[in-house]
Write a protein that binds this ligand. Sequence first.
Ligand SMILES: C[S@@+](CC[C@H](N)C(=O)[O-])C[C@H]1O[C@@H](n2cnc3c(N)ncnc32)[C@H](O)[C@@H]1O
Length: 228
Amino acid sequence: MLSLKEIGLKYPTNKNDYGFLDIYEKYFKDLREKKLNILEIGVDKGDSLRLWKEYFFNSEICGIDIDKKDFTIQDVKIYQGDQNDKTLLDKIAKKHGKFDIIIDDGSHVSKHIINSFNYLFDHLSKNGIYIVEDLQTSYIPRYGGSRINLIKKNSSMNFFKSLSDSVNYENFDRPFFKKKRFDGLIESVHFYQNIVFIFKGESKKYFHPNVKKKLLDRLKKIISFLFR
Ligand SMILES: C[S@@+](CC[C@H](N)C(=O)[O-])C[C@H]1O[C@@H](n2cnc3c(N)ncnc32)[C@H](O)[C@@H]1O
């Protein structure tokens, strides 16, 4: 069987030029023969969809692009639409079921990347993987990023960096703490140059029950002291 990189040479996707295929192969080689449901945002000439179809030969592949495509790919469904269109994304997910792998190689605009992640996270399977390519755009102002202000709110990189706090949320899950959207729902976030892999899955509970119990006991003592 050809490796992902070898298949990549047949289809001129720029995923090979940026070294992404080596990284993908690390995560995908054990999943290769499974029957997965895969969505890619950003179709362009269809080369990456052809690549995924050949590599994941048992899987269902679909793609979405803002532009209408005048070609078809056998056994691959291509939708026309905007990655910011929640109704359309919900409709596609309803038709295909939960996705095991979602790849965002669309507009690369921070706002769009974050919108799609927010909309599609619930449509990602329990242990699904969400990947965002070309994060160099997070340092480019016209894509909503900055190379000067590295803590710029709402840049794609800072959004994904914030997910690492959601992995560790039990450290600040104190009485009266209000969970944020992704707290406890992300197992890990792996950054590589210009690409991130987000692994959905429950964060492990290591010391949280003890810490919470101790704090509650302390609180009860204070309350009973005040109202004695
Ligand atoms: C980098 S190309 C995709 C390349 C392709 N994945 C590959 O590896 O061969 C980006 C694509 O995203 C599409 N795109 C741009 N803005 C979009 C949006 N808001 N929603 C969906 N697709 C978008 C563009 O039309 C373009 O075809």
